[in-house]
Design a protein around this ligand. Structure first.
Ligand SMILES: C[S@@+](CC[C@H](N)C(=O)[O-])C[C@H]1O[C@@H](n2cnc3c(N)ncnc32)[C@H](O)[C@@H]1O
Length: 209
């Protein structure tokens, strides 16, 4: 939690309270429906919350932007980003209904009005979004094939509309098909060794070819 306050010093009292509440909310829900591993619950703020907020180190979403989090699981990266950006609309989806139940309960427990969560398969979503965010769902080529028709053509940011994907390790192979992708190292922002290999990939779909 301390690192979050250091990295995002302009948080309001309400946002700080919301971040603080995450620990007990996830502990309670995890006891009923397992959405986060035991080790990860103990290190919730580094492994889930701060990692999710890595996207916010790369981009400041504009007010009114529409963001979809695909394969959100227990709500990552969508929930921490929605706390950080109450002025942005977040749509969180996952194919597993019980995970979406947890996400909805956590969002309600935090009083988040900017989160809508639904059980849905990414391939079947019909709406368009300014950015699609995601972590640990599938390889990049498959992911892009699921969502590349869901990125708005109306550019809403100097960082071109597209995908912001949290990834780890060597991505050379996975990104071969996407020469316009940019990798940002989270170790440039966060000191914990967990972030040593962690990256945010920005893939501007509008300028794909
Ligand atoms: C490894 S979990 C990651 C969860 C979360 N993003 C995180 O990082 O904690 C991958 C999630 O993607 C979901 N998923 C897989 N394929 C999907 C699809 N086609 N559409 C939506 N969700 C999908 C799974 O149900 C699972 O909850």
């Amino acid at each position: 939690m301390e690192e979050i306050l250091k990295q995002f010093p302009d948080l309001s009292d309400n946002q700080i309270l919301q971040f603080q509440k995450l620990q007990s909310l996830y502990e309670d829900w995890n006891a009923k429906i397992n959405v986060i591993s035991r080790k990860d619950i103990d290190e919730l703020y580094t492994r889930h919350v701060l990692h999710s907020l890595g996207i916010a180190k790369i981009i400041e979403f504009r007010p009114g932007s529409k963001i979809m989090d695909v394969g959100t699981g227990g709500g990552f990266p969508g929930i921490p980003l929605a706390i950080l950006h109450p002025e942005v609309d977040f749509y969180l989806i996952d194919v597993i209904a019980k995970k979406i139940k947890v996400v909805n309960e956590v969002a309600a427990g935090l009083g988040l009005k900017n989160v809508k969560a639904e059980q849905k398969r990414a391939e079947l979503v019909k709406q368009e979004f300014d950015f699609i965010v995601s972590r640990a769902v599938t390889n990049m080529p498959d992911f892009v094939s699921w969502v590349d028709d869901k990125v708005s053509k109306k550019q809403n940011h100097e960082l071109a509309n597209g995908i912001l994907y949290l990834k780890g390790g060597d991505l050379t192979e996975e990104l071969k098909a996407f020469p316009k992708a940019t990798e940002y190292n989270l170790s440039d922002f966060f000191t914990d060794e967990f972030f040593e290999t962690k990256k945010v990939v920005h893939l501007p779909l509008k300028y794909k070819k």
